[in-house]
Write a protein that binds this ligand. Structure first.
Ligand code: MLT
Length: 410
């Protein structure tokens, strides 16, 4: 009989958002008449920008004619998109990248999960806590986690608590680590690091040889000047960091799927024999073997995000979500809750009242207000006692949810 990868047997029963969906389905069976308001998973609701739709129609037409039809494309992404990414997302911030340092993919989640393929199993991984569950779960799958403790943490993973007590600024690890996952603007807390705060991490990685995996999926929501959009705005980061970006939240591509990963050629990692290996070459090898690239139609759609019309239309959608975030923030603050995030991010993170546990509060919110959130503890032990709401709903739903909260005696 074939044997399974037993690391998978160590995982919790379900991925966080699948567990929430299960609970919601149970609720729906009992209360089929309830009007639920989803503010749990960070999924966009606004339709794709007109410029994106036009580009896709055009690309579909090209695919229907022999002379313009495209089969397999480059696994790393079409040059027309890679050049736009570099020219629009990096050059204006003073970051120079070569086209072969950018890898277009079907999204940040896949790349953040797959990057572990090219890294040794005995690397020590550090994550901020709470954290996007994909980083931890994929390291469990890869055999880097050790065992699950009573507190909900894994024995071989170094947790860097980010709570109201430290203003959501992680402290440098007090033991050796090899790989550090950072996500700013942060999912789930919606908080950010300034350039000075991020520089501490880059300097640390340069000094210790650690590799930073930087998730910048929410950079388009940054409104404050001193918050970096890319880790490469920090000197030296091109030697120690891989950056992951996504069109999901920036341009509403959650259902279309496109993102990209920047692997500078200067980033080196070691082999057991002491050799220094370019991570870029390994990632290229992995992608060309296991991935056939993103569809031509989708890449034309992503290219259109960078057109003047695309930029304006996407910015309008982001402003809409940020306005929702502001409505949620101020409503929760008016209710006397302790609220974080929502200024440079589409996520609002708040302390549950009366010290209620996250799942308990999630259940009460679901059953008493019919609003779906995400329990903080689902993102890690330090998320206990918090709940996350997303600002990706419609304005109408956002206002309705806040009205329900105001009349709620929790
Ligand atoms: C979230 O809700 O944390 C995100 O939508 C999940 C994701 O981006 O995969």
């Amino acid at each position: 009989m074939a044997l399974v990868n037993e690391n998978y047997l160590r995982l919790h029963g379900r991925y966080l958002f699948s567990e929430i969906a299960r609970k919601v389905n149970v609720f729906k069976t009992i209360h089929p008449e309830a009007k639920l308001i989803p503010m749990g998973i960070g999924d966009v609701t606004k339709p794709l920008a007109g410029a994106v739709i036009d580009a896709m129609h055009k690309a579909v037409n090209e695919m229907s004619v022999g002379s313009t039809f495209r089969g397999y494309g480059p696994e790393q992404g079409y040059r027309f998109l890679v050049e736009k990414i570099i020219a629009s997302d990096y050059e204006p911030r003073g970051v120079h990248l070569e086209p072969d340092e950018v890898f277009v993919s079907d999204g940040c989640k896949s790349d953040m999960g797959n990057i572990g393929d090219i890294l040794a199993q005995d690397n020590v991984v550090a994550v901020t806590d709470p954290v996007y569950p994909v980083y931890v779960d994929t390291n469990v799958m890869d055999g880097r986690s050790g065992i699950l403790s009573e507190s909900g943490g894994w024995s071989n993973i170094v947790y860097l608590p980010c709570t109201a007590e430290n203003n959501f600024i992680p402290e440098l690890p007090d033991k050796h680590v090899d790989i550090i996952y950072l996500c700013f603007p942060n999912n789930p807390t919606g908080t950010t690091l300034t350039k000075t705060e991020l520089k501490i991490w880059v300097d640390y990685a340069l000094k210790t040889g650690a590799l930073i995996l930087y998730d910048a999926a929410y950079e388009a929501f940054i409104t404050e000047k001193n918050v970096p959009h890319s880790i490469y705005e920090i000197k030296g980061a091109k030697q120690c960091a891989i950056e992951f970006r996504s069109f999901s939240k920036t341009a509403g591509f959650t259902g279309l799927r496109c993102g990209y990963t920047v692997v500078p050629k200067e980033v080196l990692a070691g082999s057991r024999s002491g050799e220094k290996v370019a991570v870029n070459a390994l990632w290229n090898r992995r992608q060309t073997t296991k991935f056939n690239g993103v569809s031509y139609i989708t890449q034309r759609a992503a290219e259109a995000v960078y057109s003047p019309e695309g930029q304006a239309q996407c910015a309008e959608n982001i402003a809409y979500y940020l306005e929702n975030a502001s409505i949620i923030r101020s409503s929760l603050l008016e209710m006397g809750l302790e609220v974080f995030g929502g200024v440079n991010a589409p996520y609002i993170w708040f302390k549950t009242p009366e010290g209620l546990g996250s799942w308990k509060f999630f259940d009460r919110m679901l059953y008493e207000t019919n609003v779906i959130g995400t329990p903080g503890v689902g993102f890690g032990p330090s998320g206990e006692g918090y709940l996350r709401l997303t600002a990706f709903g419609s304005r109408e739903d956002t206002l309705e949810a806040m009205a329900r909260f105001k009349n709620w005696k929790f």
